[in-house]
Design a binder for this molecule. Structure first.
Ligand code: PMP
Length: 472
């Protein structure tokens, strides 16, 4: 059966993003995919005995044997002993091409020499923590202020902290407590933002007007949930409730459901609705950030929020995050309406790493990584076309993903309709052949500054073999 992909019936994606939908596709045989998957799991277990053993040991001290539940998969995850550049070495001594790169936090590469040099200097000469003002932090604040066009910013230690403080700042500024978030969106562990993070759709209300799904252990407060790429629903919510809503919180490009791209004009539509209702707009750029380009997704997509949260890519692998934005809004921090504290905020060690990141993330360096990513996306498109796979590529900046769907994924419900079985096979196929993309099927690869075109060619070649196996 051949189906025409209805490319013309969908709103175009924002022109600063990448999506290629093949013209035609043939369904995959799921019995075959399941059989291949069973073989791959056997292969995984046979080739990772030390990881299996390590998981048994680790589970005796750490729940699931991991330090963050994202790291876990069944039957056990691969344990890594060391990393350098774009490569990982696992406890079985195998070399793996790292296409996860710490969910984007290792954007400049593992053990980037400039990061190592500056952090080493801090460790041996500057000191690691003063809990006082210091030129080491002010210098990085000035660099990021300029790079990301932020009037004022504060440093934190994680994306979770940054999104929490951004929400609190918006509440203090507007004197309203509610927020609006996107269904399916992940923003870290803060209660208000833990609503409808990949909810079970059976209990999440109708697709067009989803209900807020609050996990039992969460005290969320007032949270409205809307589908991404749906201005109409957002307008309805704001029309009815704006007087109690402080902010709309969203990733400008959702990077926790594969990659979900904004329709052309969607983000400026959100901006206009927020302005109309006096509601703040918060862009969570924890995942986009420098991976979207020199000044983040905000600059690339041309829509300016009131507050931005940053983490991962800005820290060179050290625990650094930030939130900041308009002077008027950040005045809530200055005058104490929104107190912001943190013992480790802006410590000299992470500031040294951040200065290094700012130094190495030049326009040229990022453009060259993006060209490698685009080359890989184009090559994968050819494979998808050649094998008529029911899949398509999406990309943003130096990130990319193959989405197992013949139609665009424009929101959470679309994501839930993608082919998870084939996605799992595709991921495990890579793992077994030395290519590690993130676990969870909702992430994307990252072309770091340490990756080469040859590295990405390995991904393409691997994917070609997978396509041939699926169609054999
Ligand atoms: N926001 C987004 C968009 C994220 O992807 C994440 C983490 N993956 C967070 C916030 C939370 O960041 P952290 O893990 O540093 O707390």
């Amino acid at each position: 059966m051949t189906s025409d992909a209805p490319t013309t019936t969908w709103p175009p994606n924002d022109p600063a993003t990448w999506r290629y939908l093949p013209e035609s596709s043939t369904p995959v045989d799921h019995d075959r995919v399941a059989a291949l998957l069973a073989v791959e799991w056997e292969r995984f277990i046979a080739s990772t005995p030390a990881s299996a053993e390590h998981n048994i040991r680790a589970s005796k001290s750490l729940p699931l044997g991991v330090t963050s539940s994202f790291q876990h998969w069944d039957p056990y995850p691969i344990s890594i002993a060391s990393a350098n550049g774009a490569w990982l070495t696992d406890v079985d001594g195998r070399k793996l091409l790292d296409l996860s790169m710490g969910f984007g936090a290792m954007m400049v590469g593992h053990l980037n020499p400039v990061v190592v040099e500056k952090v080493k200097y801090a460790l041996e000469t500057t000191g690691t923590l003063f809990v006082t003002p210091s030129p080491t932090a002010t210098e990085v604040a000035e660099r990021f202020q300029k790079r990301f066009s932020l009037d004022r910013l504060r440093f934190t230690n994680s994306g979770t902290e940054s999104t929490m403080y951004a929400v609190r700042t918006a509440r203090a500024f507007t004197h309203r407590r509610g927020i609006v978030k996107m269904e399916g969106g992940y923003h870290g562990g803060y209660d208000a933002l833990s609503v409808s993070v990949k909810p079970d759709v059976a209990g999440a209300g109708p697709e067009g007007f989803p209900s807020a799904v609050v996990p039992f252990e969460v005290e969320a407060g007032l949270v409205h949930v809307v589908p991404y790429n749906d201005l109409e629903r957002l307008a309805t919510i704001l029309d009815a409730h704006a007087d109690e809503i402080a902010a709309v919180v969203m990733e400008p490009v959702i990077e926790n459901l594969g990659i979900v791209l904004p329709d052309e004009g969607y983000l400026s539509g959100v901006r206009a609705l927020c302005d109309h209702h006096g509601v703040l707009l918060i862009f969570d750029e924890v995942k986009t950030g420098l991976t979207a380009g020199y000044a983040g997704a905000t600059s690339r997509l041309g829509v300016t929020p009131d507050l931005v949260t940053l983490a991962k890519s800005i820290g060179g692998g050290l625990p650094l995050a930030a939130f900041g934005g308009r002077e008027e809004v950040m005045a809530a921090v200055t005058d104490g309406r929104m107190p912001h504290f943190g013992t480790y905020n802006g410590n000299p060690l992470v500031m040294a790493a951040a200065a290094a990141v700012d130094e190495v993330c030049t326009e040229e360096a990022l453009a060259s990584a993006e060209a490698i990513n685009e080359g890989a996306l184009r090559a994968l498109d050819k494979v998808i076309d050649q094998y008529e796979l029911p899949a398509h590529t999406v990309g943003f900046g130096i990130k990319g993903a193959v989405t197992w769907s013949t139609t665009p994924v424009r929101n959470y419900r679309d994501y839930k309709r993608t082919d998870f079985l084939t996605a799992e096979l595709s991921w495990l196929w890579g793992v077994n052949r030395g290519i590690l993309t993130p676990p969870g099927l909702d992430e994307q690869w990252l072309v770091s500054l340490a990756h080469t075109a040859e590295d990405m060619a390995a991904l393409v070649s691997d994917f070609t073999d997978l396509a041939a196996a699926i169609r054999a």
